[in-house]
Design a protein around this ligand. Structure first.
Ligand code: PMP
Length: 358
């Protein structure tokens, strides 16, 4: 028996998300997954692992509500923001009827989650300045139930213009949800849209502890929205999605004491990013360093393939973005420790325009 043929047709055809861990690599400087470079230390306070956890741990929601400045009824905790991306599709999209819309170059999971559930993907590329093409989005809207917008956008690093987001929210009112993925918002917190939640009934904001909170291994994220959306999502989420140790550590990470640590983390990364962005243009192989509101730099090279290879030989793993529309010859380099940035710079500066040794 050919097991492959037993699978749903869209799964047979599916190319799974190429996560940084799935692609792999080798070396000791990992700058390919937008992780924080140091591991925080936590100890478990909860020892009642014989019991199921609360479906939505109350203390966790209360802590995140305080942190984000929203009400507890406006939050659902998920297994990373990735689970929320999928949960929205499972809850709101009818297979073979509805569509989701997103605007590449952007985060790959919006498309992969839609494909997994057999939901049509409407792809409206960002404009050359990496902003929304509002007229094109408007034309593509029929049948669309969910519009995913990432701000700041992975991998381009820019914020999406808030006036365009207001227009998008207005044109989709009563017919579609607009999901603004704020996975990296801690690196530019003044740009969060949480204050819009009470105004727009169709706005959903995604958050995660994987980036500035340095907890990618914990797998804890959140969706924020008006309570009627949250109630619908609670119908479809797994019965016990947040393991007790996850809630325990996430609550500690969100405590008032730890918020000072978070601030220190953010300052370190932003300072390293500024140093690195300033230094990179001296390397011959670098074509352009793009502005970033995040914990990475998108860099265009004269020959990204060779540069990627040379970095890899030096044990530095970055992410090649050349396959994304408009990102020919671009690599995304996560900001690590200052030492990691310095080592990366030294390898890059030892290459000529073609990305071979000088
Ligand atoms: N959204 C974006 C834009 C991301 O880059 C990521 C991380 N790869 C996620 C969501 C998923 O984050 P999490 O680790 O919370 O699942």
């Amino acid at each position: 028996m050919n097991i492959k043929q037993l699978a749903r047709k869209n799964i047979q055809a599916l190319t799974p998300y190429q996560s940084a861990r799935r692609i792999g690599g080798s070396g000791d400087i990992w700058l390919n997954a937008n992780e924080f470079p140091h591991a925080p230390f936590y100890q478990l306070n909860t020892q009642t692992l014989n019991r199921y956890p609360q479906p939505q741990p109350h203390a966790l929601l209360a802590a995140y509500a305080r942190y984000a400045g929203v009400n507890e009824e406006q939050i659902i905790a998920t297994r990373g923001a990735d689970e929320a991306i999928e949960l929205l599709i499972r809850t709101f999209c009818e297979p073979n009827e509805d569509a989701v819309l997103y605007c590449p170059p952007t985060y790959g999971m919006y498309g992969v989650s839609a494909e997994t559930f057999g939901i049509e993907r409407r792809i409206v590329p960002l404009k050359e300045n990496w902003q929304l093409d509002i007229p094109a989005v408007k034309i593509a809207l029929p049948e669309v139930k969910l519009v995913y917008v990432c701000s700041p956008n992975n991998p381009t690093g820019n914020l999406i213009n808030p006036d365009d987001l207001r227009e998008l929210l207005a044109m989709t009112e009563q017919r579609a949800l607009v999901i603004v993925d704020e996975a990296y918002i801690e690196f530019c917190p003044e740009h969060t849209l949480t204050s819009w939640l009470n105004t727009y009934p169709n706005l959903v904001i995604l958050r995660t502890l994987s980036k500035a909170f340095a907890l990618a291994g914990l797998r804890c994220g959140f969706a924020l929205a008006q309570s009627d959306i949250i109630q619908m999502l609670l119908k479809t989420i797994a019965p016990y999605p947040i393991p007790m140790p996850v809630a325990d550590i996430a609550e500690q990470a969100l405590s008032a004491d730890n918020r000072a640590v978070l601030q220190k983390n953010i300052t370190e990364i932003v300072e390293n990013r500024q140093w690195f962005a300033h230094a990179l243009p001296i390397c011959e192989c670098v074509d352009k360093v793009f502005d970033s509101n995040t914990n990475w730099l998108l860099v265009s090279f004269h020959n990204a393939e060779n540069v990627f290879q040379k970095l890899s030989e030096a044990g530095i793993v970055v992410r090649n973005q050349s396959a994304q529309p408009g990102l020919d010859n671009c690599l995304r380099i996560t900001i690590g420790t200052l030492e990691e940035c310095q080592k990366t710079l030294a390898v890059l500066c030892a290459m000529n325009t073609m990305g071979t040794a000088i």
